[in-house]
Design a protein around this ligand. Structure first.
Ligand code: HEM
Length: 112
């Protein structure tokens, strides 16, 4: 048992948590405990881009909630998004070098 009767990992919102979504740095510190997908799902994206995962798991209602949370959020660092991730860089390289870019598909992957 740690200080104040909390077990390790149970101290409520000890540190601020920010997740990068749609180019914004969203403060989810006070949302950790009520997120229906659990606090872990948010914490593992601390200071990382989760736009792709957000799009995978959420209803229009969740998008609406996020919009409210993003209203006053500062911009995420420019290097944080999928556009600058390795897969994003590969896609950019592919799109600019392949004359067949209009037909990009899993089968053209090896030729890029
Ligand atoms: C501020 C950002 C977020 C908001 C406002 C939010 C909101 C919600 C809401 C309202 C739900 C209930 C289902 C729905 O209406 O779609 C939900 C479920 C869920 N969320 Fe999030 N979420 C956020 C970020 C994330 C992130 C970064 C992840 C990472 C993977 C995540 C993973 C999940 C999962 C897996 C569920 C499904 C839980 C289940 O159905 O058992 N969420 N979230």
């Amino acid at each position: 048992m740690g200080k104040g009767g909390f077990k390790r990992g149970e101290i409520p919102n000890a540190e601020p948590v920010h997740v990068y979504l749609f180019g914004k740095s969203v403060d989810v510190t006070h949302f950790l405990r009520s997120h229906p997908g659990g606090s872990k799902a948010l914490k593992i994206f601390q200071d990382r881009d989760a736009t792709e995962q957000f799009n995978m798991y959420h209803s229009p209602g969740a998008h609406k909630k996020l919009k409210l949370m993003m209203a006053h959020a500062p911009d995420a660092p420019p290097t944080s998004g999928v556009a600058t991730s390795p897969v994003g860089a590969d896609l950019r390289r592919c799109a600019s070098s392949s004359p067949r870019r209009a037909s990009l598909s899993p089968t053209t992957r090896t030729s890029c």
